[in-house]
Design a protein. Structure first.
Length: 551
């Protein structure tokens, strides 16, 4: 569809869900962009409001959709609040700018004009590169300081307090905070000795309006939002060995979600190898519970952990795979007695939207009967497993389609920039070589320019490597489809003999998810796909395990 020339698309972005819920940042960006578009004489065709890290490019779903619309010629202009709202990475920004230029799409920023001349692009790149470099250097200085303190057996004073203690900053030790410590002792006792579940403990603390660890250490008043205890919060306390008096530094580090990216926003936290852990001397963290009680609570949590363990009493096939069709939140297994609560009448098993546990925000989603939808979902899956020709057709379609066109186009852009920077370096080196001993030649300027071009070329080379890695993962995914086809052909005649565990593995193999509300089958929808990237490797392994189960 051809673009309408007097309208534009507006893209606004924040990095975290908290910023989105607060609303001020997205709303203020949108208002400023609308005013700027009106001043430029544009009407707004579509507003794109995204919550995602600005360090990412290919994983942002709305930005990817906008880029597809740009390439399809459906967009005439794009208005964004600032360059860092479009991308914080100067390489990614350069890719987006070049993409708009190729599609003849005008790109406008509210806070700063976009200078597409070589000098303007250089200035924008240097600004972004300098800011990124300073962030990395600041983080490295902070990490070096913390590591040095840990090696000398001292506790650092940065970061939030740990629930149950407060720091004595002069002595660099922790001191027990009695009110929070009483909650911790009750938590370990209930779970370790009385075998309470994580969910039951969280509900009890929420019912008493006990402030969560984050709210408590910040001194926030116990309002509704500050008392939302959840099972993972309880589990993190149970798992933490500090509560039995151990102080271990250098256990965790942040890692980028994508290879080649700096750690920071959009990063995940992973555990360091045991040999890197640094144990601080006894007494730095006084114990709140005994070692025996700590071990008992952890054994109790391990007994509750795992999808199959939670399904021992009553297997829920779609546990963790079903979402509310109204609001999109996960649905959770539940049950109630028949006939007005009579215990002798038996139970009715259901799935209920988890929004009911969030104060003042339950959606209008209806309860879904678990037995009926579990049977329906398995029947939908078996129909596909009995027809491996559908998988073959999908495999052929993906092979013919090739890799993601976005990735191929971005790879061509990145390679082109690598070659261009190499040519610029060669020209400078040739000028450098022909200058001889001319004292008037600006040697220092040329050397700095060569170094700058070399650093910029290295970053483009890193981008090439990242894109090539993504394309290779897609190729591996297509190769794994043959394993899934073989799996379908082998199990097609044995599906009726699948036990609960084998059925769960089959759903995992095809990334089955269900959205539903109420009892009407027309309001249920099943989605599944041949997994891509890393998930494809897992799916192939799961499929093999499922074959062993029924062999």
């Amino acid at each position: 569809m051809p673009a309408v020339q007097n309208v534009c698309d507006v893209y606004v972005r924040v990095s975290t869900r908290g910023q989105e819920q607060d609303g001020t940042s997205l709303d203020s960006q949108e208002a400023a962009c609308r005013a700027h578009a009106e001043a430029l004489g544009y009407g707004v065709r579509r507003m794109w409001r995204e919550v995602y890290s600005g360090a990412e490019l290919w994983d942002r779903p709305l930005l990817s959709e906008l880029r597809a619309a740009i390439k399809a010629g459906a967009v005439a202009a794009v208005v964004c609040y600032a360059t860092d709202r479009l991308s914080r990475d100067p390489i990614h920004l350069a890719i987006l700018v070049e993409e708009c230029e190729r599609a003849e799409v005008k790109l406008h920023f509210v806070t700063e004009p976009l200078d597409t001349s070589p000098e303007g692009l250089l200035i924008n790149y240097v600004k972004g590169y300098a800011a990124a470099l300073e962030r990395v250097r600041t983080r490295e200085r902070s990490l070096r300081g913390k590591h040095r303190l840990a090696l000398t057996g001292k506790l650092h004073n940065s970061g939030p307090e740990k629930y149950g203690w407060r720091r004595d900053r002069e002595r660099r030790v922790r001191v027990i905070e009695e009110r929070e410590a009483a909650v911790v002792r009750e938590l370990f006792t209930r779970i370790g000795l009385e075998r309470w579940s994580l969910h039951r403990m969280a509900v009890e603390l929420k019912r008493r309006r006990e402030p969560t660890p984050r709210a408590s250490v910040r001194g926030e008043l116990p309002g509704t939002d500050q008392c939302l205890w959840r099972p993972p919060t309880v589990q993190r306390i149970i798992r933490n060995s500090a509560y039995r008096g151990e102080t271990i530094a250098w256990q965790w580090r942040s890692a980028p979600l994508q290879p080649g990216k700096p750690a920071g926003r959009g990063a995940t936290v992973i555990r360091r190898p045991e040999e890197e852990h640094i144990r601080l001397p006894e007494g730095i963290t006084p114990p709140i519970v005994s070692t025996d009680l700590w071990l008992a609570a952890n054994q109790s949590v391990e007994a509750q952990d795992g999808r199959f363990a939670r399904n021992i009493e009553r297997p829920y096939l779609l546990r963790g795979r079903i979402c509310c069709a109204v609001c999109g939140m996960p649905m959770q297994p539940s049950w109630h007695h028949r006939s007005g609560g009579n215990p002798d009448s038996g139970r009715v098993y259901t799935y209920r939207c988890s929004s009911r546990r969030v104060p003042n925000t339950p959606c209008a989603g209806k309860v879904v009967p678990a037995d009926a939808i579990d049977a329906w979902a398995w029947e939908e899956v078996t129909q596909r497993l009995r027809k491996p020709e559908l998988i073959v057709a999908e495999a052929r379609r993906r092979q013919e389609a090739g890799s993601d066109p976005h990735l191929q186009a971005d790879l061509a852009t990145a390679r082109r920039n690598v070659r261009e920077h190499e040519r610029q370096q060669q020209r400078l080196v040739q000028r450098y070589a022909t200058a001889g001993d001319d004292s008037r030649f600006p040697w220092e300027l040329v050397e700095r320019e060569v170094e700058r071009l070399d650093a910029e070329r290295s970053r483009w080379e890193d981008t090439v490597a990242e894109i090539e890695g993504r394309i290779a993962s897609h190729e591996r995914a297509r190769a794994h489809m043959e394993s899934l086809v073989a799996y379908c052909e082998r199990v097609a005649s044995k599906l009726d003999a699948f036990d609960f565990a084998a059925r769960c593995l089959a759903l995992d193999a095809f990334n089955v998810t269900v959205t539903a509300t109420g009892k009407n089958v027309d309001d249920w929808d099943l989605d599944g796909e041949i997994p891509l990237q890393v998930k494809a490797e897992v799916a192939a392994e799961v499929a093999g395990n499922a074959v062993e189960l029924i062999s």
